[in-house]
Design a protein around this ligand. Structure first.
Ligand code: NAD
Length: 263
């Protein structure tokens, strides 16, 4: 029996087979969770339906997090499908305009790009937590998980406004953990190492980043979506019942390094 047997999980953020959310869905399905999925737009719908089908799920709902009406509609649809509530919310959503995540921080920066990165990548976590709060509380041991990156706490070339938005996301994790803890809901983030996905392809110099991590991380490799999926399944399970408000690194140890490239 898997360690997520009897749990119900909502998975956001699948855009392709390579999506981190896909790795999380596979791990949670393997551990026995019942899954529901969201897709950002009609272009992605079939892809998400394919992933859902492989996990035996027919709950596939639209969600563009910039639209409050869609967040409300998602919560209502879930209430209908899962009236006894659900246990796990996976937030794997981020976006910044391409010009704002390549080159100089100030060169690509404007008010719109800053606001959009924060709205889609950080505010959306709080908005989804708010909309699903009663359903997560109903079963008494809810778990919310989001995805962050080292650029939240270190200044990394090209990551720019997304790093600032990830810092906001990690602070949001702590405030949500404080807010929701009394009702039994835990809130955590995984800070994942770089993985080649559609979102990552927009970050300037991404191929170089992958090579650098492979050469220098203590484990001398990059992480996979399976690595992140397994850690996510653990953090959202009762095995992690005492962990909340944390950012857990799943990055082959890269974050512990002080200086790289010295022989
Ligand atoms: P991905 O492109 O597969 O997933 C990003 C998802 O965000 C897509 O499914 C997309 O549909 C969704 N999204 C964007 N705007 C949205 C909106 N307005 N409404 C709803 N959904 C929207 O890429 P990924 O790398 O799997 O990204 C998942 C998460 O992991 C992101 O938060 C990303 O920042 C984070 N992360 C990625 C890496 C990496 O190297 N790939 C590393 C650390 C953290």
């Amino acid at each position: 029996m898997g360690f997520l047997q009897g749990k119900r999980a909502l998975i956001t953020g699948i855009a392709s087979q390579r999506s981190i959310a896909n790795g999380i869905a596979e791990a949670m399905h393997r551990e026995g969770a019942e899954l529901a999925f969201t897709y950002q737009n009609d272009k992605l719908r079939t892809r998400v339906e394919d992933v859902a089908g492989k996990t035996g799920s027919d709950i596939v709902l639209p969600l563009d997090v910039t639209d409050d009406a869609q967040i409300e509609a998602l919560a209502s649809a879930l209430e209908r499908r899962w009236s006894e509530g659900f246990d796990i919310l996976v937030h794997a959503i981020a976006f910044a305009p391409r010009e704002a995540i390549a080159g100089e921080f100030l060169e690509g920066l404007d008010r719109k790009a800053f606001a959009m990165a924060h709205d889609i990548s950080a505010y959306s976590l709080a908005a989804l937590a708010k909309a699903t709060r009663p359903m997560l509380a109903r079963r008494g041991h809810g778990a919310i998980l989001t995805l962050s990156y080292l650029g939240a706490e270190r200044a990394l070339k090209n990551y720019n406004v997304m790093g600032v938005a990830k810092a906001s996301l990690e602070a949001t994790v702590r405030y949500l953990a404080l807010n929701l803890g009394p009702e039994g809901t835990r809130v955590n983030a995984i800070s994942a190492g770089p993985i080649k996905t559609l979102a990552a392809a927009g970050i300037g110099g991404f191929r170089q980043i992958l090579g650098h991590v492979e050469d220098n991380a203590p484990l001398r490799r990059n992480v996979t979506i399976e690595d992140v999926g397994n850690a996510a399944a653990f953090l959202c399970s009762d095995l992690a019942a005492g962990i909340t408000g944390e950012v857990t690194y799943v990055d082959c140890g890269y974050n512990i390094l002080g200086m790289t490239g010295i022989d």
